[in-house]
Unconditional design. Structure first.
Length: 117
C-alpha cells in the first residue's frame, strides 16, 4: 500500500520560512520522480516543484529562487524548503509520486501552509 505522509505545514509571517517533508512507503522511492503541488481556495492544483531520481529539478516560475526541492533516498523522503514566503503562497501543499512535468498516480493527504501577518 502506497503512503505519502506530509508534515511541516503551519502559519508563518510573510518573509518567513517553512520546510515541508513527505515520507513515502510502499513504493520504490529511489527510482521515482517526486513532486510538490499546491491548491489555494478556488484555484486549480498546480505544480510547485519536482525532482527526478537523478536530482534534476523543475520549479514553477512563481517560486523560483525562493523554494528548493530535495530528496533523501536513504530516508524515502522528499523535502520542500520554502523561503521568503508570501501571502500568495497560502495553500494546501500535496506530495506526489511518479510524475515530473505532470503528476503521478500517488498523492499525500496534504498539509496547510498559511502565510499571514
Amino acid at each position: 500500500q502506497v503512503q505519502l505522509v506530509e508534515s511541516g505545514g503551519g502559519l508563518v509571517q510573510p518573509g518567513g520560512s517553512l520546510r515541508l517533508s513527505c515520507a513515502a512507503s510502499g513504493i520504490i522511492f529511489s527510482i521515482l520522480p517526486m513532486g510538490w503541488y499546491r491548491q489555494a481556495p478556488g484555484k486549480q492544483r498546480e505544480l510547485v516543484a519536482a525532482i527526478t531520481s537523478s536530482g534534476n529539478t523543475n520549479y514553477a516560475d512563481s517560486v523560483k529562487g525562493r523554494f528548493t526541492i530535495a530528496r533523501d533516498n536513504a530516508k524515502n523522503t522528499v523535502y520542500l524548503q520554502m523561503n521568503s514566503l508570501k501571502p500568495e503562497d497560502t495553500a494546501v501543499y500535496y506530495c506526489n509520486a511518479g510524475g515530473y512535468v505532470r503528476p503521478g498516480n500517488y498523492w499525500g493527504q496534504g498539509t496547510q501552509v498559511t502565510v499571514s501577518s
